[in-house]
Design a protein around this ligand. Structure first.
Ligand code: ATP
Ligand code: MG
Length: 406
């Protein structure tokens, strides 16, 4: 049977009124079954229509919602406790629902998924609900209205709050443990040094071998503990930065002198080229040294013997640009965006090299605090280049760029 015949039969059976009525009831059923609260609100912020979800949310009859203000319908504490008319209370001037409804009515600009904790108090709830608010302007019979959509997101918000709390507890725990490990570690290291120096008696060759092994491991543990502590402090904003004017060359040279020794030990050539006009810049000397040390030690660690690592530094516009390149194993494309995340290590190399995957996370945080940015390019099997852009004066730089972007 064709579509036309079909609709003709239907119109034969029902009158136009009946058809309109059926359509209306269908639409109402859909309107009521939407699992978010929908409110049609007029220019005076009075509720004209709501769906069944709103009735269930407020636990009120339609007659206590329709033709009432949103504050009244939603049990706002201004109306229920302060006994004030909706819009006339102290808190009303900051009410996100009211402000957003007024904004859409005035500008016809919609609001999408604006999240706020309402002052609405429902008896069966321990806390005031969190809503994701969306508002759309509509014109009905030449009059302006808004459709307000309130999505109750309280459960998700409490889960998020609990997660944040758990993460904070976890990071507090890590900080405490790492901090408490530092004192005994220093004592162990000093003890080993004293024995190795022969101050506690002559050390046999075989004993020295084991003591040196122990010393290397204590040093590694020390580095790890310091990295964890640094990261925690950077992440929580607890690390203080000492922004002072420094000669850029001095900071770079201080780091590269030490790293040249490490490179030599690994049969890698380290070349350093600093532009003569690089001048001075405002930065935290110790933290930028830490950045360069982390990047150079990575370059040396991930470059096979006979390879080379280079550092070039120039002054460009209002930035110090430091480029660190190596001829090492490179980083696969799919890992590039993740290497600045904490504890991330490229799977292929993770078993073959030592490390915790905190180095670059620390680098990214330090550069971010300097209002700078770091970029990475790499070709697996050929090498990797990290480029750091540091504003000459972080306080004057209005950039708020994300530090770690691959
Ligand atoms: N120059 C590089 N060449 C190749 N891969 C690199 C290079 N720099 C970093 N990577 C990759 O990025 C990962 C993360 O680096 P990151 O410095 O954060 O950790 P790590 O060096 O493994 O450990 P840590 O620095 O905490 O001792 C490394 O494990 C490695 O896979
Ligand atoms: Mg590293």
């Amino acid at each position: 049977m064709s579509q036309d015949n079909n609709s003709k039969n239907v119109t034969d059976k029902f009158s136009i009124e009946e058809l309109i009525d059926r359509k209306k009831r269908n639409l109402e059923a859909i309107f009521d079954s939407v699992p978010v609260s929908l409110l049609l609100v007029d220019e005076h912020l009075n509720i004209i229509r709501v769906n069944d979800t709103t009735r269930k949310l407020t636990n009120k009859d339609y007659c206590d919602i329709i033709n009432h203000s949103t504050g009244q319908a939603l049990n706002c504490t201004t109306v229920t406790i302060d006994q004030k008319e909706c819009g006339k209370g102290q808190a009303c001037k900051d009410c996100p629902l009211r402000l957003n409804m007024q904004k859409t009515l005035q500008t016809t600009e919609p609001v999408h998924e604006f999240e706020f904790q309402s002052k609405t108090h429902f008896q069966d709830r321990e806390q005031n609900p969190w809503f994701a608010l969306s508002i759309e302007p509509v014109i009905i019979e030449d009059k302006n209205y808004i459709v307000v959509c309130l999505h109750d997101v309280t459960e998700r918000k409490s889960a998020e709050e609990k997660l944040i709390e758990a993460m904070e507890m976890k990071s507090q725990f890590i900080s405490t443990v790492s901090h408490d490990l530092r004192t005994p570690l220093t004592a162990i290291k000093e003890g080993i040094d004293i024995i190795l120096e022969g101050l506690a008696g002559k050390v046999k060759k075989k004993q020295r071998k084991f003591l040196e092994l122990a010393k290397r491991n204590v040093d590694r543990l020390n580095l790890l503990v310091n990295d964890v502590l640094d990261f925690q402090r950077l992440d929580s904003g607890g690390m203080k930065f000492d922004f002072t004017l420094h000669k850029v060359t001095d900071t770079i040279r201080e780091v590269t002198e030490i790293m040249t020794l490490l490179a030599k030990k690994n049969n890698i050539t380290l070349t350093v080229d600093i532009a003569s006009d690089i001048g001075e810049a405002v930065f935290d000397h110790n933290r930028i040294s830490q950045v360069l040390t982390n990047l150079l030690s990575n370059a040396i660690k991930f470059t096979p013997q006979n390879g080379s690592v280079s550092l070039e530094a120039i002054r460009q516009h209002n930035e110090i640009v430091i480029t660190l390149s190596d001829t090492g194993i490179g980083i696969p494309k799919e890992d590039l965006s993740k290497i600045f995340e904490k504890f991330y290590r490229v799977e292929r190399t993770a078993n073959k090299t030592q490390g915790t995957g905190l180095g670059l996370a620390i680098v990214a945080q330090i550069i971010k605090r300097h209002n700078g940015r770091i970029l990475v390019e790499s070709q697996p099997g050929k090498g990797t280049t990290f480029t750091i852009h540091l504003p000459v004066d972080p306080a004057e730089s209005d950039t708020d760029k994300d530090a770690a972007n691959g």
